[in-house]
Each structure stands twice: as structure tokens, then as C-alpha cells.
Design a protein around this ligand. Sequence first.
Ligand SMILES: Cc1cc2nc3c(=O)[nH]c(=O)nc-3n(C[C@H](O)[C@H](O)[C@H](O)COP(=O)(O)OP(=O)(O)OC[C@H]3O[C@@H](n4cnc5c(N)ncnc54)[C@H](O)[C@@H]3O)c2cc1C
Length: 309
Amino acid sequence: MSTAQALSPSSRAESLKKLEETELDVLVIGGGVVGAGSALDAATRGLKVGLVEARDFASGTSSRSSKLFHGGLRYLEQFNFALVFEALRERSLVLNSLCPHLAKPVPFIYPLEKLIDRPYVGLGIGVYDVMGAGRGVPSHHKHVGKKKTLESFPSGKRSAIRGSVKFYEGQVDDARHTMMLARTAAEYGALCVNSTRVIGFLREEGRVVGVKAVDLETGRAFEIRARQVINAAGVWTDEIQEMVGGRGQFQVRASKGVHLVVPRNRINSSTGIITRTEKSLLFVIPWGSHWIIGTTDTDWNLDLAHPAA
Ligand SMILES: Cc1cc2nc3c(=O)[nH]c(=O)nc-3n(C[C@H](O)[C@H](O)[C@H](O)COP(=O)(O)OP(=O)(O)OC[C@H]3O[C@@H](n4cnc5c(N)ncnc54)[C@H](O)[C@@H]3O)c2cc1C
């Protein structure tokens, strides 16, 4: 059996028709990685599932990430061991079994400016490495001397670098990964449609029993009935929650993350680089013929669909 179905105009039309006619077990709002993943999970449990996305699958944050499957060194610094442990377990699952065709390990170095930093950085990355148990990556972390660091990172400032710690992270094409989740969910019977916006909720005796949606291709409004509705609208979560009436369990604070994308030949390095800024960790990530450098994290109060630097 193949595991991904084409999401074509004809399958969309058919799914829209079925969404209107069927009472679903689960309707998921939002076709980002969370919504597509939820739809796949529910469909593989044999449930009748719908997935509606207002724009296109992965058109939100799920195509604009730093494209790393990582445990989060940043969270380790905050002593959030449970989160790091869970993320590293997920990283190993995606690299080893779930989608080794979409994700791959990528080497990084953490350059050291002062030799005194080596025990602290080495301990942090060492703990990170032990928590990940080396699963899914080619090797454990390594301490590297000045000469070898500069050989792998010739653009590094010779006078500033004393050595480095080398380790691996996972990398993925985020949009492609999300698309594959949606297509695999469709293969398992989920009714997945894009260009379909949820505009309200259906209620009976105080319970949510479905949604009102509009097909943005035709402008036609219709209803979808479902026993459970999952709000996976990412940064739009509060908007959906307001349609139901009031705030939910989670409040989403929109923030903007800026990446600089520069041609690969501007930085001569055979590995990615992680370094510290005043406020956080900075990643220089190899991405095809470019480097992705970032990211920032500041509040954003303007158009959620088009965050701009
Ligand atoms: C700068 C940056 C870098 C990041 N880097 C990483 C990283 O390297 N690794 C990592 O694991 N995570 C990273 N993240 C986090 C990760 O990208 C997000 O957690 C994830 O993409 C969120 O997915 P989502 O499905 O919740 O939201 P989204 O991808 O935003 O999906 C929500 C979807 O809901 C749809 N929607 C909204 N309203 C409606 C409606 N009324 N009807 C129908 N559909 C609707 C939207 O169109 C959208 O497609 C990063 C985040 C940022 C901002």
C-alpha cells in the first residue's frame, strides 16, 4: 500500500462533498504540522476525520521554521529536561523510523572563544547528547581543537576561535513534511481540503457539534458536522476560540522570528554553527545552496498571515 495520496482538485471536490454529507468523529481546523499530524493520528486509529485549511497546507508557521528537528539546547539551558528529553525522543523517531526520507542528521559546531568555556559548553552538549542517547545521528558529540575547527570552518575568525564542540541535529524540509502528513492522512481516509476557512461553530444544547465553513474557491458556505473539533490554528488559535465564545485553555502570544538567508559561498564552513548572542542562541544552518541564520523572537501585533521583518 502506498502511504500518500495526491491532494488534487478532484480529490478536493470529492472531499468537500463528503465533508458536507458525513458526520465526522474528528474535525481538525488548520493544516499546519499540528493539524496534519492530528488528522493522521486520528485517521490511523480508524476514526472518520476531516482536515480544513484556510489557505494551503503548511502555509503558516509550518513552512517558515528553522527546519530543525532538535531537542532544544535553549530549553536545556532553562533546565526544561522533560521537554528536551521528549523532543530528542521524537527526533530519533523521525530520523530512524517515521520519515528518514525527509529528515537527515546535520553536523554543527559550537565554537569556543575562551578555553574556560569548554567545560560549561562541553557539559551542556554532553548532557544533551546523553539524553538523546545518540539515536538517529551518526556519532556522539566530540571536542575539537583549534586547528581542526578552523579546517572545517575557514571563515571563522582565527584570532577568536580556541576550539569547538561538534554534535548533530536533525533537519527537515518543514513544508514537505507537513504536506506528507496531510497526504498520508488522506491515504488513511481523512477528508483533507485547503482553501476552506472555518467561520463559525454549530452548537446544539450548548455543545459544539461542528463548524460553518466557506469554500474560498467558490465562496459557498456550508456546514460540517463532527463529534469533536480540534483547534490546530497555530497563531490564529485565539480567533477560533473567540468563535466558540471566550478564551480557551491556551492563550497564544504572536511573536516574530526573523531569519537571514544568505548564499552558501558567503560563509565557508562544512558544518552548521551555533553561537551565543546577548539574548539567545544563534543558529547558522546549512540549507541547500544557502545558509539560514536566526532566529529572533519579538512580539508581533500586525497581520498574522504576513509577518515581515
Ligand atoms: C521563526 C521560527 C522558527 C522555528 N523553528 C523551528 C524549528 O527549527 N524546529 C521546530 O520544531 N519548530 C520550530 N518552530 C516552531 C514550529 O514552526 C511551530 O511550532 C509549528 O510550525 C506550528 O505549527 P501549527 O500547525 O501549530 O501552526 P501553523 O503552521 O501556523 O498552522 C496553522 C494553520 O491554521 C490555518 N488556519 C488559521 N485559521 C483558520 C481557519 N479559520 N480555518 C481554517 N484554517 C485556519 C492557517 O492557515 C495555518 O495554515 C519555529 C517557529 C518560528 C516562528
